[in-house]
Design a protein around this ligand. Sequence first.
Ligand SMILES: [Zn+2]
Length: 475
Amino acid sequence: MRSSERQRTIRIADFDLPRGAVSIEALMAMPRERWEHLRTEINLRRRDEPARPLARCRICGGGVFIRAQAVADGDHMPLYYHFPEAPKGCPWHEGGTMTPDAARAAQYHGHQESALHRHLCQTIEALAKADPRCAASAVDTYLRPAIHQRGRWPDVFLDMGELGRFALEVQLSKPFAPEIAARHLHYEREGVRLIWIFRELESPLPQGFHDVITMQRGNAFLFDDAAQSASIDSGTLILSCYLEDGQGGYLEPRLVRLDDLNTASGRSVFLEDRRSDRLTAYCREVRNHWWKALQHAQRERPNSPFYSERFAPAWTSICGQVPDLSKWKDDYWASHSDRAQAHLASLFAIFCSVAHSAEQGTDTLYITRHSGDGALLAMLNSKFSGADFLPYANLLQAFVENTPFADLLGRPSLQKILGNARDAQTQIDPGHVVWWAVVRMFPEALDGLVRAELIDLGELPPWACSSAGEGVEPM
Ligand SMILES: [Zn+2]
């Protein structure tokens, strides 16, 4: 990008908690699916509560959205932009953005619905009607301009009896983010399942199509020649389903019936949730190394498990993600005459004890010999009154607040011990390398962005839900 353009972009956007501030550098470093998720959530909020933007410009406080800027090789780069009503005087203002209406007019102006579009809609309807379960259907291409005003007339509407009601949007030209969000929210409220249908997966794929695929959790549905002949053969509507392969491409397409699709999650219809699984895998990637090492180490040398060489692969794994740990290791040795790897292993054991106790509903400890009722509290009290863990009172609080044990923080014994720790020693903050290491071990509880995405997907694990009802799918 040219440097003059770069200077005009919004440097920091403040998202509603728990996401918090996301710098432009952090945004641009995200894998596509992560920023696409943010982009989609911004658009949904915009549609639902225009006066309460999900993300705001740090300087002017105006609402911002994420624009996918096309770059070489069909790739896109995320940039923040002010919504049109943001104060024009903001030093980060990029100087006028196209409103959705203007962009839409530019795409549609002077163009009638294409003959191909009508033909596809009618074919799809006819094939669906061949299924005896189809109780009602409609094709409404003539009313399409009304969609762009207020009405919601799906390209193809199907009442498939016990299967449910479906709105099929046959999308040949790129859809606009505000419309995608609007339609999903509208149909979700109406109890109608929305499926976007493409004719092909162009390469490069325009961002509007990526947005749809994000909404459909990494699934793209095509009505192509293969789908059409399979539909004719089997007497019901069949679509070609392309699932993201996790490496920027797609798996071999599968022919799917409406019966095969997951329609239970409200907002989106999909064959396989390709996004949540990968996010879950990301969350466990580093932690699994530490967990395996801890199990081996405790079996092999129960008296001093944390000095076991079993932790070496776990250490290597986390250094790959938090490179500054290597330098901290030397500093730690210089100041403590102790091994950083062992120190991090015992921190892992403390936090893992909290997580597993929450998960199993009974106090489960991997450090200290406390047992029975109240063992977890006793362990925390003992660890955080010893010299080793004094700098981590704030970290512990941030972690425990996002678990079902949040009420432990109100216990006088722990309150006193954490207070003493804060008085005795400078606390590490979220910029500290050890804080980041623990975030990477337990992102569900400590990484605001990951946490928010898991909440949106209804996939926040129970051990990382505070008592405040997070993780419950919003209405
Ligand atoms: Zn601004």
